[in-house]
Design a protein around this ligand. Structure first.
Ligand SMILES: [Zn+2]
Length: 417
């Protein structure tokens, strides 16, 4: 959020591993399982309301009322810290708000599923959140203290900058993590946007830049994806309540955690390099969330998730450095000739873009990244119509495209950002 003084308010998350002993592990597991019960109970009550009158919106007040009733009936829920219960209410409220929003979109013609809020199984409920930094948690001498749970060792590998707002205690497989959110107000430097770059998420490459550089997808992705797919198939085959299924599920989660950590590491390094790479703004494709959800191909959804995280990382790093990340409409970016605007059918297997109108030829990802940059500049040139900046950039872009036209399509392996 940018305000009048040019200050930018950012919220960052910092995730650290924690090492609860057996007693605290039981306390965390217990809190999570009571929270899951509470969530489902609240949902059950709100479903009854919705059933009796489907046009009534489930409001914060409705849920609060049910929350009070449930606590009165059963004091098990008093084992939870009060703010943890409020967070559960917030989660359910958000689910309903999303549901009502999608209903509205559907009414106005969007081809989406409204998706009524669902009960959460044990696997889908794995964290609790302390929503206010009011003394209910804190770090002292390498140990994290959390109300109603106790103290435990925390592996804090970096300092948290800014004002800590919340902490979430999360279970992932057999490991535990503490995720802090911190708010920071920064005053980024003012820089002239003289070297913008377009970024395309590639088919062959992890990304392709409009200046001709490409970054390959790291090898670990493929290896991990194969193993994840294999474990997922085995989990699906096993009997639902069997111990062997629990074991394969555990292996699946471990593999998933592995690819997430490895790819986060890779993307942190890559986004750092881009922000310090001499560029002054970034243009990327707007990701279509409903498309992403609908996609059932596992490798593709891993790729989508990592691309999404990459854009988040790039955005906050760029913003702190005073650069903009501009999101553009993703339609036809790989099918449009970046030189003459002609639209050519491009099946996924076709690697080189050949325009049958102007004869332009180059790498499909490179062509797409130039289109992305152009779209961002078109949007911007309107906004900056007063100054000469826009035309200077258009000029620069034109000469760059000219240069790239003579660039051999497959020489792109410049992996040395
Ligand atoms: Zn063309």
């Amino acid at each position: 959020m940018e305000n009048k003084t040019g200050n930018v308010e950012t919220i960052r998350a910092c995730k650290f591993r924690i090492y609860p002993d057996q007693k605290r592990q039981r306390a965390i597991d217990n809190s999570i399982s009571i929270s899951q019960m509470l969530y489902n109970k609240l949902l059950e009550k709100t479903i009854e309301v919705h059933k009796s009158n489907s046009s009534s919106k489930i409001s914060q007040r409705t849920i609060n009322q049910f929350l009070n009733e449930i606590i009165k009936d059963d004091n098990t829920y008093l084992q939870l810290y009060a703010h943890v219960r409020v967070d559960i209410r917030n989660r359910l409220l958000k689910t309903y708000q999303n549901f009502f929003r999608r209903c509205q979109q559907k009414k106005s013609g969007a081809k989406i599923k409204a998706g009524f809020p669902r009960f959460k199984s044990k696997d889908r409920f794995n964290s609790i959140t302390y929503i206010e930094n009011n003394g209910s948690f804190g770090i002292e001498r390498g140990r994290l203290r959390v109300s109603k749970i106790g103290t435990m060792k925390i592996e804090q590998h970096r300092n948290i900058t800014g004002n800590v707002k919340t902490v979430t205690i999360k279970r992932e497989g057999s490991d535990y993590y503490a995720i802090f959110t911190a708010e920071q107000i920064i005053n980024p430097p003012k820089i002239r946007d003289i070297n913008p770059v377009g970024i395309d998420v590639g088919i062959r490459n992890f990304i392709a830049l409009s200046d001709g550089q490409t970054i390959q997808k790291p090898k670990f992705f493929k290896k991990r994806e194969k193993r994840i797919a294999r474990w997922q198939r085995i989990v699906a085959r096993r009997n639902k309540s069997s111990r062997r299924r629990d074991y394969t599920k555990f292996r699946f989660q471990e593999e998933w955690k592995g690819i997430t950590n490895q790819s986060n590491d890779f993307m942190h390094k890559l986004s750092d390099k881009l922000v310090h790479g001499g560029y002054t703004s970034f243009a990327v494709e707007e990701l279509n969330i409903s498309n992403m959800v609908r996609n059932h191909c596992l490798a593709q959804s891993i790729q989508n998730a990592s691309w999404n995280r990459f854009i988040q990382m790039l955005s906050y790093k760029a913003e702190s450095a005073g650069m903009k990340v501009i999101k553009v409409d993703a339609r036809n970016t790989s099918k449009t000739c970046s030189d003459c605007g002609n639209i050519v059918d491009m099946p996924l297997s076709v690697r080189n873009f050949n325009c049958d109108r102007c004869g332009m030829q180059f790498d499909r990802d490179l062509n797409a990244s130039i289109n992305i940059l152009k779209r961002a500049r078109e949007g911007h040139s309107r906004r900056y119509a007063q100054g000469d900046m826009a035309s200077a950039i258009q000029q620069e872009l034109k000469s760059r495209i000219e240069e790239l036209r003579t660039y051999p399509a497959n020489a792109g392996g410049a992996n040395d950002l």
